[in-house]
Design a protein around this ligand. Structure first.
Ligand code: PLP
Length: 396
């Protein structure tokens, strides 16, 4: 079967991904099964998406009920689960904000850029439009979010021209020196995900937040990868104890149903007609997300995440020590973690050998191996996955 499907994929799907041709047919929490019945421990959760696990029965039931009734009406009408999800997200965040619903992380970031630029138009002596981001950041694949992504080698000229006004700071220390009277916002990930699982320094982030407030430059936190309890708290911003102007969410809050959120405390900047989305916030995605967040909130209260974080941490630190021929240390925090491979070659070998042993891990940046397990992963699944991972490491 896989061979035939591989052929279909190669014939009809555009080749934008370097695909691994395995055919997964069943999922159960952090365990996936391929068509031959081989099982894999999933330390990727579909790149930080299925936080409540594969095949989650509660999420499945909720989605089935919702789809069997109303899937989509449009944003021209009140959408009950959307209003309830907005309340849920705002209350869990602890910030005094309102939400707009989109369908992906990139789209949420587009919304954030629009809010910051309109705020800059309304609140500057002259139009403020520049957005500062960090080198090695990742903010999406649309033309503007790609330009916001601080990886110049991704700004292929054949996609140009790009929108103006994106400036890259090489690190947090450089941000303030780049702020001028045309700067509308600074957009950062508190833990860079795709760029290499690098956590920013809390003190520095707090100082930057304070300084930006004084200069009336908006602080945008891209929590597309870190939001939804990935770090152990609902938002990484909570753990960093900052008070951002705008936060974006996506990946982990919809259980695999596409959803993006931009939330802001500047509640009146956008007016009717300024922004919109046909699918964004529909019954399907918001009912699914509401159920996912309820499950995650319950698990958070039961300390499931903090326990998992501790077990993960012990294993990863152990591997960094034992296999210091391959790795130069661990990075990240919560359940967004990295093992620093000594080269891009090591990174690729580790991912391939791990797959062969039946455990899925991701790459991040040029040489790190990234772990984004379902937050609901069980202790047995972690132990089994780590046993396989260690076996893979010994073969390299
Ligand atoms: C994945 C990611 C995005 C892009 O999200 P999409 O849903 O793929 O558009 C943006 N920012 C961060 C931090 C991400 O990890």
């Amino acid at each position: 079967m896989t061979k035939e499907l591989e052929q279909l994929d190669k014939e009809y799907v555009l080749p934008t991904y370097g695909r691994n041709y395995v055919n997964f047919v069943k999922g159960d929490n952090a365990t996936l099964f391929d068509e031959n019945g081989k099982d894999y421990i999933d330390f990727t959760s579909g790149i930080g998406v299925v936080s409540a696990g594969h095949g989650n029965k509660r999420v499945g039931k909720k989605i089935a009920e919702q789809v069997g009734n109303i899937t989509h009406i449009s944003n021209l009408f009140l959408i009950e689960p959307q209003a309830k999800l907005a309340e849920k997200i705002v209350k869990l965040s602890g910030y005094d904000m309102r939400c707009f619903f989109a369908n992906s992380g990139a789209e949420a970031n587009e919304g954030a850029i629009k809010i910051a630029r309109k705020y800059g138009e309304l609140n500057g002596e002259q139009k403020k439009y520049k957005i500062i981001t960090l080198v090695n950041s990742f903010h999406g694949r649309t033309i503007s979010s790609l330009k916001a992504t601080g990886q110049p080698d991704m700004h292929q000229t054949y996609f140009g021209p790009y929108p103006d006004g994106f400036i890259y700071a090489k690190d947090l220390d450089e941000v303030l020196s780049l702020v001028d009277d045309k700067t509308a916002g600074v957009m950062i990930e508190l833990i860079q995900g795709e760029g290499g699982v690098t956590a920013l320094d809390k003190d520095k982030v707090q100082k930057l937040a304070e300084e930006l407030k004084k200069r009336d430059v908006l602080l945008i936190i891209d929590e597309v990868q870190t939001g939804g309890y990935r770090t152990g708290e609902f938002l990484a911003s909570n753990a960093y104890e900052i008070d951002p102007d705008i936060i974006t969410l996506a990946k982990g809050i919809g259980g695999g149903v596409p959803i993006g959120v931009v939330m802001t405390k500047h509640k009146d900047v956008l007016s009717p007609g300024d922004h919109g989305s046909t699918f964004g916030g529909n019954y399907l995605s918001t009912a699914a997300s509401l159920e996912v967040l309820e499950i995650l909130e319950e698990e958070y209260k039961k300390d499931t995440f903090s326990k998992n974080i501790e077990i993960f941490d012990t294993y990863l630190k152990g591997f960094a020590e034992k296999f210091d021929n391959l790795f130069d240390g661990t990075s990240g925090n919560g359940l967004i973690r990295g093992l620093g491979g000594k080269s891009a070659e090591t990174q690729q070998k580790v991912i391939t050998e791990a797959f062969n042993e039946g455990v899925l891990v991701l790459k991040a940046g040029k040489n790190r191996v990234r772990f984004l397990p379902p937050l609901t992963i069980t202790e047995e699944e972690i132990k089994e996955g780590m046993k396989r991972f260690e076996k893979a490491l010994t073969t390299i």
